[in-house]
Design a protein around this ligand. Structure first.
Ligand SMILES: Nc1nc2c(ncn2[C@@H]2O[C@H](COP(=O)(O)OP(=O)(O)O)[C@@H](O)[C@H]2O)c(=O)[nH]1
Ligand SMILES: [Mg+2]
Length: 719
């Protein structure tokens, strides 16, 4: 295997909605470059890219797949990304370690919500984009209309380099307006027949060629001058201009293929090899200290690990990008995240499950290795002289959660070990052992995401599990002031117990003034603040505890016990056992016994007085509310809106973006538990959404009554 220099390497991500044809394109690229002898298909479950059993079972990509092809002396590292929102983790990672993104469009649908999501990420990361219209053989494919949609969505920077002459089932020819040639294929695809453009296409081709030349010239002043002098550019000058336009996102070229029939794929690869920017031409990468890290093979060695795959018979395969320097087998490196030392074992370049040994990998290249001791996805390994640390990959928040349980309770520990290991493969799974909900919760990107987790646990790990609805982390609070006394007294043989506490509770809000006078049933209570404890509650909100005991009716030494008693009730709210928050308590009086008073007595008196006062203080249940943004194809807007209204959503706004609508709403978490599934079935998988915790708000009174009844029934059963 040849060692490639930094200026011979290009890193490319294949993006696009699920079903647009990324995996099929990857297969055609591998075939065209001679890596494989036969093209596999999704239907036959034998593609290089979807090589995990779970992917073959479901017929779509779950993981990103890294492969490389050699083309005209260049090495193209390509990452085939899963298209579905459920597996967005792989796409986010790939975009971070590659330079150019190819966004595939399904000829049948054109611009989809998934296209927009992918494009937004490339925008955030400043990556070049090539649009690739695939499935030109689909009878619903309307290329001109897709171009229209692209221009509407991304503006005049969208410049077609090709157009099909005969899209639909007979597709076999296109015009390339960069080379000004006609490309056509025999039914088996592969090598094109390249001819002059037929007379009847000449006008259209010339017009598009001119637009392309002008767009290419715009990216460079020298080219612009030449263009004005000669009214044209040479082929090389055009390539130069397009390369610059790509790198600066001044141009988004559009290509055409029919990946399924291997038509147009060679020409695309030629363009990738000749025109798309090299690693060294891309915007600089920074380490966490903000220093520029040049992709320079002469610099110190730094590797960034972006992916872990656990493979049968091999174990963990770790994928990395050489951010600077050179890595060789036997190199001693230090893990910047974990402080541990690692010795590099064999190095490989990858083609899906097939790996080829390589002696060294140089700055900008992507490879994989095995048998590392303690390297997790996201870690940086440094050689001598490098002190880099990278953490540029930000995963989206999870939006689908389920409580997970082994069918056999004895397997709980085993399950946790496996879940934690699987997280290393896919950091978008979040596993949480919730003390509050008394459940183990797995958070993911959607129902499919968790379904594949279950499939893998059951099929690869032989561990049977079940999912349940996660409980909702309700909160309790009060809405008005109230007062209570409680005397705890116990006389049993020897030492007795005695403690009496008088207190007032009231709703707490930030910046409220110190208490002065209260009136309950005509009786006035004057408050004399002696001391204030402000407890920042672990679960959000505050408890403010005010001591205003006069005349020593309770010794100061008992105050911490009273607070402890109150806290124990805050942890287990009086209404439903949920955490309470935002309460101010004023202990203003009480009684002691010279012999029998002790801490436990005051703890219990404090707890019970608090409980009683809380119940009379207009107690309310709060529920978590999320900010939700839904991206919907315009024709599905009505259905999606209606569905949201059925979920007690408050619609905050709507805006039209090209091809889809963005809906902003506040929705209770309780109503979001099956949202990803419903949205997917309402829109045929063409919508997507994101959600983020916003605030706690009061639940409607009918919901509150129901929750209290459920809690009481459960308590009665347990007693
Ligand atoms: N007719 C036709 N079907 C295609 C083409 N490319 C892919 N497909 C089919 O579209 C489906 C989705 O393709 P796949 O490569 O899995 O898409 P991905 O989700 O983007 O990886 C599969 O059934 C493919 O066989 C094409 O050019 N023409
Ligand atoms: Mg795929």
């Amino acid at each position: 295997m040849k060692v490639y220099q930094t200026n011979e390497i290009k890193n490319i991500a294949l993006l696009g909605s699920s079903g647009s044809g990324k995996t099929t394109l990857a297969e055609a690229m591998l075939f065209e470059s001679g890596v494989i002898k036969r093209r596999g298909t999704i239907a036959a479950k034998n593609t290089v890219s979807d090589y995990f059993p779970v992917e073959q079972e479901y017929g779509y990509s779950v993981f990103s797949t890294v492969f490389h092809v050699e083309w005209n002396g260049k090495k193209l590292n390509i990452i085939d990304c899963p298209g579905s929102d459920d597996f967005v983790g792989g796409a986010v990672t790939a975009m971070n370690v590659t330079d150019t993104a190819i966004i595939l469009l399904n000829g049948q649908y054109g611009v989809e919500v998934g296209t927009q999501n992918n494009f937004r990420y490339t925008d955030k990361l400043g990556k070049p984009v090539i649009f690739l219209v695939n499935q030109l053989d689909n009878d619903k494919c309307d290329y001109d209309n897709i171009l229209e949609q692209l221009r509407e969505a991304y503006g005049p920077k969208v410049i077609p380099i090709q157009y099909p002459i005969n899209s639909g089932p007979d597709f076999n020819a296109l015009i390339d307006v960069l080379l000004m040639k006609k490309y056509s294929w025999k039914p088996e695809g592969g090598a094109p027949i390249i001819e002059d453009i037929p007379a009847e296409e000449m006008d259209k081709a010339m017009e598009m060629h001119k637009a392309l030349v002008e767009a290419a010239a715009e990216n460079d002043e020298g080219l612009m001058e030449k263009f004005f002098e000669q009214e044209s550019l040479s082929e090389d000058e055009m390539r130069e201009g397009i390369r610059k336009g790509l790198a600066s996102r001044g141009m988004f070229p559009v290509f055409c293929v029919c990946a399924g029939k291997d038509m147009g794929v060679r020409r695309l690869m030629e363009f990738l090899g000749n025109v798309v920017p090299f690693v060294s031409e891309m915007p600089k990468v920074h380490n966490t200290r903000g220093e520029v890290v040049e992709p320079n093979a002469d610099g110190p060695t730094s590797l960034y690990f972006f992916k872990t795959a656990v493979e049968p018979h091999i174990g963990e395969v770790q994928y990395f990008k050489v951010m600077s320097g050179v890595v060789r087998e036997g190199d001693d490196l230090t893990n910047a995240d974990r402080g541990s030392k690692e010795r590099m074992a064999q190095l490989y370049v990858c083609a899906g499950a097939n790996r080829v040994k390589v002696e060294e990998l140089r700055a900008g290249d992507i490879g994989c290795t095995v048998k590392l001791k303690d390297v997790k996805t996201g870690n940086t390994l440094n050689g001598k002289g490098a002190e880099n640390h990278f953490n540029f990959i930000k995963y989206p928040n999870s939006k689908y959660s389920r409580a997970i349980k082994p069918l056999n309770e004895a397997d709980t520990e085993k399950m946790m070990v496996i879940l934690n290991r699987m997280r290393e493969e896919d950091p978008t799974w979040v596993v949480e052992q919730s003390k509050e909900l008394k459940q183990t919760i797995v958070h993911g990107q959607g129902e499919f995401h968790l379904r594949t987790l279950k499939w893998r646990l059951e099929n690869n790990e032989k561990l049977q599990i079940k999912y349940e609805e996660p409980r909702i982390p309700y909160r309790e609070t009060i809405t008005k002031a109230s007062r209570a006394d409680y005397r705890h007294k116990k006389q049993s043989g020897g030492a007795g117990q005695f403690g009496e506490v008088h207190l007032i509770v009231e709703p707490y809000y930030e910046g409220m003034p110190l208490p002065e006078t209260y009136k309950f049933n005509g009786q006035e209570f004057k408050i004399n603040v002696k001391g204030t404890d402000e407890v920042q509650l672990e679960w959000g909100g505050k408890l403010v505890f005010i001591n205003s005991i006069v005349g020593g009716s309770i010794d100061a030494r008992f105050m911490p016990a009273i607070l402890k008693g109150i806290m124990s009730r805050m942890e287990q709210g009086p209404l439903t056992g949920s955490y309470a928050r935002d309460v101010r308590v004023i202990v203003y009086d009480g009684k002691m016994h010279p012999v029998d008073s002790n801490e436990i007595s005051f703890m219990l008196a404090g707890r019970n007085a608090f409980s009683e006062a809380f119940k009379n203080a207009g107690p309310k249940i709060l529920e978590p509310i999320y900010d939700v943004e839904v991206f919907v194809p315009s024709d599905k807007m009505g259905d999606v809106m209606g569905d949201l209204q059925g979920r007690r959503a408050m619609i905050m706004g709507m805006s039209s973006e090209s091809g889809y609508e963005k809906l902003v709403a506040k929705v209770p978490l309780k109503e979001m538990s099956s949202y990803s599934t419903s949205l997917s079935s309402l829109t045929g998988g063409r919508a997507s959404f994101i959600m983020k915790f916003a605030s706690y708000e009061l639940v409607p009174s009918d919901v509150q009554d129901k929750l209290i009844k459920e809690f009481e029934a459960k308590e009665a059963k347990e007693e």
